[in-house]
Design a protein around this ligand. Sequence first.
Ligand SMILES: [Fe+2]
Length: 336
Amino acid sequence: MAEIALGMWTSHGPTLSTSAEQWLLRVSADKKNRHPFRGEVHDFETLVELRKGEGLAEAVTLAERERRHAACQAAIAEMADRFVAAKVDVAVIMGNDQRELFLEDITPAITVYLGETIWDQPATAEQAARMPPGIHEAEWGHSPPERREYPCLPDLGTHVCEALVPQGFDLAVSKRLPEPAGHWSSGAPHSLGFIYRQIMRDEVVPNLPILLNTFFPPNQPTARRCFELGRAVGEAIRSWDKDVRVAVFGSGGMSHFVIDEDFDRMFFEALRNRDAETLCRIEDRHLQSGTSELKTWIAAAGVLFDTDLEGEVVGYEPCYRSEAGTGTANGFVAWQ
Ligand SMILES: [Fe+2]
């Protein structure tokens, strides 16, 4: 039977693949957009006012941004080294799609990928020109320099579906990536590509992607549903009739595009204490925009809380880029 031998929760976003100077490319978008923060939605100027007592001017100096950037790179290297050391055969990746695959014609809540392989490639010049500021610069971090096909696990995916559908999970499945003409993005979403490129360092083991619609209302699965999904997926993995060592990933988060260190600390505490109820009770108003990607962490927790794996926080760096508190808090946790 398959054995779950490694659990990893990791951030995956553009701040990990751009320089501390390039982080500022996103500030123009920050100033235009409205941002969820602590259950409400604010514009940039209001956030600056709300957060003026937090000393964020200090956090956004170039020297401090560079320190935090370097600490993130060290954490990624540590995660990648631990991945190699765990000697796993296959992986299950809880990821999310940020309109890199599914567009407005159909947005499945939970998708199990059943293809034999999954492909990825860099954006064309035309696609790159359509990306928001600061996104194309980060592409090397999740897309290979040329088209590649990575091995997947349709057997395990089918087994997961056969185990979960009778339990009431109405799963979408996909045997190949949607590729409509004129799509702004191509290939695997960055939640998967970051794991392939930076944690597996391009030595991609056969993997099962499970994609959650964390971002887009109105059919985002709740935190509780994500945890229950993970728990059922964990049971399915352990009943899979293959003698393999499995890594389980949650790919996304932490708080962004407005950083909330208190929220992230609460989340780490819940992981450390295997506190399922705290994770399940996080309301959707606290899990919107980029922070919503922590639902992939909750799904991975659903798998990993039922194992005897243990571990710790490998790194945590709130990577601020403005005095409004915009940026991405990058977190890394490993259980062996
Ligand atoms: Fe993301």
